[in-house]
Ligand binder design. Sequence first.
Ligand SMILES: [Zn+2]
Length: 66
Amino acid sequence: MEYRCSACHTAFGAESPPHACPKCGAEAGLEPHHPVPMPMRAFGLLVGGVLVASAVGGVLGMFAGS
Ligand SMILES: [Zn+2]
């Protein structure tokens, strides 16, 4: 399991939820970190953009048709 410190943005592995960041010692803001591969992120952005575009196009089409 990987965790990431939101204070210094250091990613580190730990078996159990860590008590403090090993680098800066912050005890809060340690969150489980799931690295997302860049192609998947780009694909998500693409799908999101297409969905938004089609929704906007549908709304505009409704106004244009009425
Ligand atoms: Zn830290």
